[in-house]
Ligand binder design. Structure first.
Ligand code: BGC
Length: 261
């Protein structure tokens, strides 16, 4: 068995569980702790420590995977839209290692979800170009070609009609502006996915994020040439993807992490 701990850092909760990477199943119950109101690196590290301690007997000293809603370039968080700004510029891999005394591998939240969907979920077995988007507070994206992740795509921040795309099409905006599913799908999501389709010609779109549970209300309204399907890993995606990333960091250590500034 190959078991790694995945931890998913979201705006409202930090969730973790050991994952059996042969099946993609969680090993036991996941632990969820509310995200501290001030979600600084130090405050998040304290919660991560608690989660690691709870699962230590199962995971031993293996590296831990941790998602973050931001691009992570060789361990460094380059910019952050939806968590405390203190994260920007932090060499998070080094920071966590110093604070927690074990190897932590940070991965962008949407990249983690994309990895999980390609290994175990809606894109399993797809050998082409898969683009996963997560619709939530922001829009996350993952580009995966023949099972290999091209990290840190920030397609949620594409400029569309003069706006940052996620500020028009994220599901948080649907809620904030009280848009119906139909209005949101036809006026916000349609131009967004048409634009991404034109730029990348993917073989498959996968749509994740909490709102994907209501897929039937908006998915069928989208008119695209590319097949588009809802994610199937649901709230396991971040945890499983983080665990996959931790395993990958053992098999393919990033030689640039040590030198990143
Ligand atoms: C961030 C991405 C993240 C997405 C979803 C965006 O605002 O820039 O890195 O994946 O939100 O959390």
């Amino acid at each position: 068995m190959s078991i790694f701990l995945g931890i998913d850092v979201g705006g409202s909760g930090i969730k973790g569980a050991p994952v059996d990477l042969e099946t993609g199943e969680l090993v036991g119950e996941r632990l969820r702790i509310p995200t501290p109101a001030k979600s600084t690196p130090a405050n998040v590290a304290a919660v991560v420590k608690e989660i690691i301690e709870a699962f230590e007997p199962v995971i031993g000293d293996a590296p831990v995977g941790l998602t973050i809603p931001a691009p992570v370039v060789h361990g460094v968080v380059t910019f952050i839209a939806n968590l405390d700004q203190k994260w920007a510029g932090v060499n998070a891999d080094k920071f966590f290692e110093e604070k927690l005394g074990r190897k932590i591998s940070l991965v962008n939240d949407a990249d983690a979800a994309g990895l999980a969907e390609v290994h175990f979920g809606a894109a399993k077995g797809n050998d082409g170009l898969v683009i996963l988007t997560t619709l939530g507070t922001g829009i996350g994206s993952a580009i995966i070609h023949r099972g290999v992740l091209i990290p840190n795509a920030e397609l949620g921040h594409l400029e569309l009609d003069g706006h940052d795309a996620e500020s028009r099409a994220a599901s948080s905006i649907k809620d904030k502006e009280d848009l119906s599913y139909k209005k949101w799908a036809t006026e916000r999501l349609q131009p967004y996915y048409s634009h991404v389709e034109m730029l990348f010609s993917p073989d498959l779109f996968v749509v994740g994020g909490g709102v994907s549970k209501d897929w039937d209300k908006f998915g069928p309204l989208l008119e695209l040439n590319t097949p588009i399907v809802p994610a199937t890993m649901r709230n396991r995606a971040g945890i499983v993807g983080a665990a996959l990333f931790a395993k990958d960091s053992v098999e393919h250590p990033d030689p640039l992490v040590e030198h990143a500034v």
